[in-house]
Write a protein that binds this ligand. Structure first.
Ligand code: PXL
Length: 294
């Protein structure tokens, strides 16, 4: 085959498959968790599983320390490198890129420092994304508490107001709402309060922290309040469940689901992933994103 033919056949391939079957796009701005259970790895696997073209811009690298109670060793990516990744991504797929499929949906995972929050805030303000899903990862085990507090405050002040959907766990919902959560009524009050503060749709997760046979989450978007329940699978939190839930919401929103539909699909996806969780030498199991395949 001549070079010319080769080029022609390449174009034919592109036209027939790539443009007609273009997947929805989603970006996660998140940290790497080296063992693959949580963070950017969980997000990317979830996107792929839900038929969404996933993009990762890394904020930090977390390596659990088996010699220190599996606490997190945390290394930030430098600010210029985070900004460079965001620039590359928005130039390729952002609203002004001219791409046939535009990136409208972003998930915010672990930021890890006030500096990273400012870098990401600037990028979110420069590109108006339709869906900004915030998984408000507040405290990372092993992080210095003073530093974590600064990060929490910056997240609340700078990123939460830009979010269209927020997925706090029990601890994060208490911190964001100021409400102590002991039961489902408290979780509902917290979801309402976080919506009031942020204007975002909220999925407040009770997980294994609220007593009872079911894992209960509360959805509230200012109009609809829905309690999502699924039977608990064990009584111990599974690594990657929170990341995968928010990533599944992100993927579903990218494909055009409503926030409530996205929350329901994500809950079912995560429940199956927990049922098929993966055991390792670490003292926790990891969610398997392929669990919903049947
Ligand atoms: O599950 C929260 C989380 C998010 N992102 C990163 C993490 C973790 C928890 O380990 O390491 C990078």
């Amino acid at each position: 085959m001549s070079n010319r033919n080769c080029k022609k056949s390449h174009r034919w391939w592109q036209d027939s498959f790539m443009t007609t079957n273009a997947p929805a796009l989603a970006l996660t701005i998140a940290g790497s968790e080296a063992t693959g259970g949580a963070g950017a790895q969980a997000d990317l696997k979830t996107f792929q599983e839900l038929n969404v073209f996933g993009i990762v811009n890394l904020t930090c690298i977390v390596s659990f320390d088996p010699n220190d109670n599996w606490n997190h060793r945390f290394v930030p990516v430098d600010q210029q490198t985070i900004a460079d990744q965001l620039e590359a991504t928005t130039a390729s797929y952002g609203p002004a890129s001219g791409a046939p499929s535009v990136l409208e949906t972003v998930k915010i995972g672990m930021m890890g420092s006030p500096a990273t929050i400012s870098t990401v805030e600037a990028a979110l303000k420069a590109t108006s994304f339709k869906n900004v899903v915030l998984d408000p990862v507040l405290i990372c085990k092993g992080q210095e508490p003073g530093h974590a507090l600064d990060t929490d405050q910056a997240l609340k002040a700078q990123i939460l107001p830009l979010a269209t959907f927020v997925t706090p766990n029990h601890f994060e919902a208490e911190s964001l709402s100021g409400i102590t959560i002991n039961n489902i009524e408290d979780l509902k009050a917290a979801a309402r309060k976080i919506h009031e503060i942020s204007g975002a749709a909220v999925l407040a997760k009770g997980g294994v922290r609220i007593a009872g046979a079911d894992a209960v989450d509360v959805f509230f978007d200012g109009e609809t309040l829905e309690v999502l329940t699924a039977p608990k699978v064990g009584e111990v939190a599974v690594s990657g469940a929170g990341c995968s839930l928010a990533a599944a919401i992100t993927a579903e929103l990218a494909k055009g689901a409503t926030p409530l539909e996205a929350a329901r699909t994500a809950k079912a996806f995560v429940t199956e992933g927990i049922k098929h969780r993966v055991t390792s030498g670490a003292p926790f199991t990891a969610l398997w994103q392929g669990g919903a395949r049947g």
